[in-house]
Design a binder for this molecule. Structure first.
Ligand SMILES: Cc1cc2nc3c(=O)[nH]c(=O)nc-3n(C[C@H](O)[C@H](O)[C@H](O)COP(=O)(O)OP(=O)(O)OC[C@H]3O[C@@H](n4cnc5c(N)ncnc54)[C@H](O)[C@@H]3O)c2cc1C
Ligand SMILES: NC(=O)c1ccc[n+]([C@@H]2O[C@H](COP(=O)([O-])OP(=O)(O)OC[C@H]3O[C@@H](n4cnc5c(N)ncnc54)[C@H](O)[C@@H]3O)[C@@H](O)[C@H]2O)c1
Length: 462
């Protein structure tokens, strides 16, 4: 077998792997980037960009259906699923083309060689890929994650969809059971409902989106219910079976009643687990548990020259976190003195309409830790621009400590995904709420709400 040598090899070309490879190449390393599927991994092909495109299209349709309230008559706003899919694929290709690190040719120009195939460790420094042998001085594992299949009797037999299947669905299902009420389940529920699919969202915990501010989750839940999403929390799924028309789920509901749900299809949004199986980590002595590859604070695995980053190490499974970790892992792999990876202020967004954005602690977390706080809050009903736009659903909550620093911010409302940014900046740079409150903001904009929330504060519920 011929042997090809690299200074550094990266396993997986998603957000973490692309940014690791790019960083190492920028330091003059000869880099091999291994990918078994598509460059760009989950976020580009099956995650962020396609789902946000679908949600955007769904919101255009929703606005068209609401247009009469603005005095505009749109008689029909029919869904053309193949047309929608073409748009989404167009977005993926445009983002791929616009990103410097997601085409083979652009990567080659940067000194990164793409190796197509599935990597498997042969030893601590060697990997087999498609019958060829490769050796690297340093290795970074960025193999990402996939959907967890929950242990529900019969589910293997009935079959189910995941986020990957949604991107190539030949037609919309008539009805859909979505299992899992985390970010993915909630986003898909609204999107499919807005394309006329009968959606039931089934969550085992007592609430949807358990990591979010509970007051805002209740508001968002109301929006989803008003749009016709059936929501069942506190359920225990027991069995899945095939019926002549489709699929049947048997579950115990929150009041322990046994129920049946007949649907055309089932979509899993039950969380993610790391892609470990084909890597054969034992051959390199890389330690892992069920949920992640184990790394220290510098992202080094149990083997000194092997590092890991992104979804495969667990924690916050987000694209911006994966990219930052990939870059840090590459820097540390090349450094004499690796630095701890430290992301102190990480915002995230549930991209529903309206979106729900979050940074820092929730009230529940502050109360549990006994940290005193004040709450600055304002409703979008008080904001002139939200009224102009006819989109007043939502609330901003700022959680502030005794030194006037922001401990957390939670926004449900139009453009919450962007409105959170100045607060992230304030938190990252230790700006107090006085600075937010004393800044003159252009009228009429949604941003004024952030200033209002920083002006009017009341003590938090201790
Ligand atoms: C539906 C959905 C929507 C999401 N929306 C958002 C969002 O809006 N915002 C956000 O921040 N995050 C979002 N996420 C999360 C985000 O997509 C992930 O956190 C991010 O893509 C993780 O990047 P990664 O590089 O760690 O892994 P991945 O992107 O999964 O990349 C890993 C790559 O490794 C390859 N691979 C695996 N094993 C091997 C092997 N043995 N050999 C060769 N190649 C291998 C895989 O094919 C894959 O391409 C979403 C996720 C999903 C599923
Ligand atoms: N907008 C975003 O940033 C965004 C969007 C989608 C996904 N993501 C990321 O992708 C990852 C996956 O998202 P997710 O929502 O799938 O995972 P998650 O782990 O956040 O949520 C999964 C949900 O499924 C529920 N669940 C699991 N098994 C169940 C069962 N048998 N019956 C009923 N409910 C069950 C869990 O209780 C949980 O609430 C997350 O880490 C998330 O950060 C991010």
């Amino acid at each position: 077998m011929t042997l090809t040598r690299y200074d550094l090899m990266v396993i997986g070309a998603g957000a973490a792997g692309s940014s690791a490879a790019n960083e190492a190449a920028a330091h003059g390393m000869r880099v091999g980037l291994i990918e078994r599927d598509k460059l760009g991994g989950t976020y580009l092909n099956y995650g962020c960009d396609p789902t946000k495109s679908l949600l955007h299209i769904a919101s255009i349709r929703h606005q068209a259906q609401q247009a009469a309230m603005y005095g505009i008559q749109i008689p029909s706003a029919d869904v053309d699923w193949p047309g929608i899919q073409r748009y989404v694929q167009g977005v993926i290709e445009q983002v791929r083309g616009g990103t410097p690190i997601q085409t083979r040719e652009k990567l080659r120009q940067r000194g990164i060689e793409v190796i197509e195939g599935e990597a498997e460790f042969i030893s601590e420094h060697e990997m087999g890929i498609g019958g060829r042998l490769y050796e690297a001085a340093r290795i970074i594992i960025t193999s990402g994650s996939h959907t967890i299949t929950p242990p529900i009797r019969g589910l293997d037999h009935t079959g189910f969809l995941t986020n990957v299947d949604v991107m190539k669905l030949p037609q919309l299902p008539h009805s859909l059971a979505i299992i899992g009420g985390g970010p993915l389940g909630v986003e898909f529920a609204q999107m499919f409902r807005r394309f006329d699919v009968e959606v039931t969202l089934l969550e085992s915990k007592p609430t949807l989106l358990e990591h979010e501010d509970s007051e805002l989750v209740k508001l968002l839940e109301q929006v989803l219910r008003q749009e016709g999403v059936q929501i069942e929390t506190g359920v225990t799924l027991q069995q899945a079976e095939l019926t002549p028309q489709g699929k049947r789920l048997r579950f115990q509901d929150v009041s322990r009643r046994l129920r049946e749900l007949d649907v055309t299809d089932i979509l899993l949004a039950t969380g993610r687990e790391p892609n470990l199986a084909p890597l054969h980590l034992e051959a390199a002595d890389v330690r892992s548990d069920n949920n992640r590859i184990l790394v220290d604070a510098t992202l080094r695995t149990s083997v000194p020259h092997i590092w890991a980053a992104g979804d495969v190490i667990g924690g916050m499974r987000l694209t911006h976190v994966a990219s930052a970790q990939g870059k840090a892992a590459a820097r540390n792999a090349l450094a004499h003195h690796p630095q701890n990876f430290n992301l102190q202020v990480v915002p995230w967004v549930i991209f529903t309409d309206p979106p729900l954005a979050h940074v820092g602690s929730t009230e529940e977390q502050l109360r549990a830790s006994g940290i005193p706080y004040r709450v600055g809050r304002t409703s979008f009903k008080e904001n002139a621009r939200a009224i102009v736009n006819g989109r007043t659903t939502g609330l901003i909550k700022l959680l502030i400590d005794e030194q006037n620093q922001v401990l957390g911010a939670h926004i449900l409302g139009e453009r919450a995904d962007d409105l959170i940014t100045p607060i992230v900046l304030a938190m990252r740079n230790n700006l107090g709420v006085e600075q937010l409150a004393s800044t003159t903001i252009q009228y009429p904009t949604l941003s004024e709400s952030v200033r209002w929330a920083s002006v009017r504060t009341t003590p938090g519920k201790g």
